[in-house]
Ligand binder design. Sequence first.
Ligand code: F6R
Length: 242
Amino acid sequence: MKVFIEKNYDQLSKRAADMIAGEISKKPNSVLCLPTGSTPIGTYRELSGMYAAGKVDFSGIVTFNLDEYIGLRQDDENSYHYFMHHHLFDHINIKQGNAYIPDGLSENMEEACKNYDVKLDLYNEKDLLLTGIGQNGHIGFNEPDDRLFARTHTVLLSENTRAANARLFENADDVPKVAITMGIADIMHFKKMIIIANGTAKAAIIKDLLTGRMVDTHNTSSLTYLHNDVTVILDEEAASLL
Ligand code: F6R
């Protein structure tokens, strides 16, 4: 694992955006995996700025999002569809059909999961995955458990995750209890992984990730020990327990 500790969130965001832009300029038809949440907002702001300045062209890329809440309309401000458009897609020239996000509104979630796997299987070469990390170590919504799903599946969100995400909802009870997420096998198939984390709330899990020596399904992020190209980008607060 390569680790970068940046002075602050802006520097972290800049480094992540530079790595993504670098990947796209090397391979204009890169297949990327993208997260939502608070952590990547700065990275998306940087990437949007680079596009506005003519420094990066997104017209050839394909993106897969990690996850989506089940039951939120796509125009709901808390849906990940809305998030992606608001923070990134509306500001860059990605082609409309090239951005895949799991369907959290299907009447048949089993079919929605299979459909997402079919889309993922269309691309043999998956280039770069950007992800945040949950306070409990989740990647995507692969929550701590005795066994982890390999592929796209629905998941009951942990109380820890719902509490962490409640800040974005009017009432804590409004946070959906279920979500659809890419599974750990598809996550691991991306050739490069970038994990970003900022703030003191992430310090303990970052310490676990960077000092732990065991692969543990109760800390999904530890599965990245099995991957050979992982870059972790932190601000000083997230790195404060190292
Ligand atoms: C979001 C996702 C989650 C977040 C994680 C951290 O698509 O997959 O795993 O990356 O919950 O969220 P923030 O960035 O809000 O702390």
